[in-house]
Write a protein that binds this ligand. Structure first.
Ligand code: PLP
Length: 432
């Protein structure tokens, strides 16, 4: 039995595991196996019929991965989680679990570029329409809703704009229709608690802060267990009508004896089984190592970032700093309402010198890594106009908040003096 606690510090170390029943091993073992011996034919039949939960084949589940799943669900206060090979797989599954060809979802325009591509192109090619709306006004979600709308989708703290999403405002609109809000909380683990504000499903790229060490691509979907799929059953046919892909199971009924986990079980037993985006046990293990220290790391990420924001304030080379605590009005209200654990460790700033200054800044850095990633223990920097956003036209870049002089930082855990010394180096170069 693992230790039960409501405190993230304890959950991060204990949820889902105590010790190996056969030899007492304390660290979670890496169960590097593909398959699992059934006790007898009755046991095998029960596992396949979901009368009993247990391991069948590592594509669908694995004991190392199960600990990761329990730990993530416990950290977010959810009922169950499904760990996946990447954050991309998690975003895709979160939608595909509810929407079929002919259906649609409504998504915030403020998204990670990979999710944008998935939604605007790949899901569209598969017949699922994604209707993009500006989250500045939560009512835009209602306006884009019709009878085939199956989910709302957004990121808590989307970069590069770093405008926090109005979670409870949009979740309550969805509840009126029986539409769940799916929230990608990748940039704000522990800082924001989407389930407390009515989100139904959380998506993570565990590649970022949760793992923290930059060694392992991974993702997860977490089912809050609180969304009432049966309130408007015609709205969620994927969970409330017979599923031909699992001998006619009606998911909300099939799992009633297990708990409120219809969404998570369906994702595992149909999508993961069929599409096969399983995380390897080794990556699940490495992700667990990272999660053990997530509470301390997030605190330091946030402290260091605040010091960087203070350092950058009033620098003559900088036209504007993009960080939640620098926002005003409604955006600041949202940041304060949802980022209860701190304003995060991503920040942007705009160099007055534009494109050339952005290039010079990045090229002068010696400690920051110049990479297309966020949420590493190391400090990272990128100039979106020459990299992640370079394929977009000027207008699309501006709409996404990226200007030629925009630089994005993901502040790490190094000593603050070294972080600032490197930024000073960059600013000197930008100013030349
Ligand atoms: N969601 C967000 C907010 C991200 O930043 C990323 C990756 O950068 C992803 C999802 C995709 O995650 P992964 O790279 O693990 O597939």
């Amino acid at each position: 039995m693992s230790v039960k606690s409501d405190h993230p510090e304890t959950i991060a170390l204990h949820a889902g595991w105590r010790a190996d029943a056969s030899n007492g091993a304390v660290a979670v073992p890496i169960y590097q196996t593909t398959s699992y011996q059934f006790k007898d034919t009755e046991h095998a039949a029960n596992l396949f019929a979901l009368k009993e939960l247990g391991q069948i084949y590592t594509r669908i589940g694995n004991p190392t991965t199960s600990v990761l799943e329990e730990r993530l669900a416990a950290l977010e206060g959810g009922a169950a989680a499904v760990a996946l090979a990447s954050g991309q797989a998690a975003s895709a599954f979160s939608v595909q679990n509810l929407a079929k060809a002919g259906d649609n979802i409504v998504s915030s325009t403020d998204l990670y570029g990979g999710t944008w591509n998935l939604f605007a192109n790949t899901l569209k090619d598969q017949g699922v329409e994604v209707r993009f709306v500006d989250p500045t006004d939560p009512e835009n979600f209602r306006r884009a809703t019709d009878l085939r709308t199956r989910a709302y989708y957004a990121e808590t703290l989307p970069n590069p704009k770093l405008c926090v999403f109005p979670i409870s405002e949009v979740a309550s609109i969805g509840k009126e229709y029986g539409i769940p809000l799916i929230i990608d909380n990748t940039a704000a683990p522990l800082l924001a608690r989407p389930f407390d504000h009515g989100a139904a499903i959380i998506v993570y790229s565990t590649t970022k802060y949760l793992a923290g060490h930059g060694t392992s691509i991974g993702g997860a979907i977490i089912d809050s267990g609180k969304f009432d799929w049966e309130k408007n059953p015609q709205r969620q046919p994927a969970l409330t009508t017979p599923d031909a892909s699992y001998h006619g199971a009606i998911w909300v009924e099939a799992v009633r004896s297990i708990g409120p986990v219809a969404y998570a079980i369906k994702a595992r037993t149909t999508l993961l089984r069929d599409l096969g985006s399983a995380i390897s046990p080794f990556n699940a293990f490495l992700t667990l190592q990272g999660i053990e220290t997530i509470t301390l790391r997030m605190e330091r990420h946030v402290q260091n970032t605040q010091k960087v924001v203070d350092f950058l304030a009033n620098k003559k080379e900088i036209a504007r700093i993009i960080y939640p605590s620098k926002q005003t009005g409604e955006m600041r209200r949202r940041a304060d309402k949802y980022l209860t654990g701190g304003y995060g460790a991503l920040l942007g700033f705009e160099l007055k010198g534009g494109m050339d200054a952005g290039r010079r800044f990045i090229d002068a850095l010696q400690m920051f890594y110049h990479v297309a990633n966020i949420g590493d223990a190391r400090s990272l920097a990128i100039h979106p106009a020459t990299t992640t956003h370079s394929q977009l036209g000027e207008e699309a870049q501006l709409a996404s908040g990226v200007t030629p002089g925009y630089v994005r930082l993901s502040i790490g855990l190094e000593h603050i003096d070294d972080i600032i010394a490197d930024l000073e180096r960059g600013l000197r170069a930008a100013n030349q």
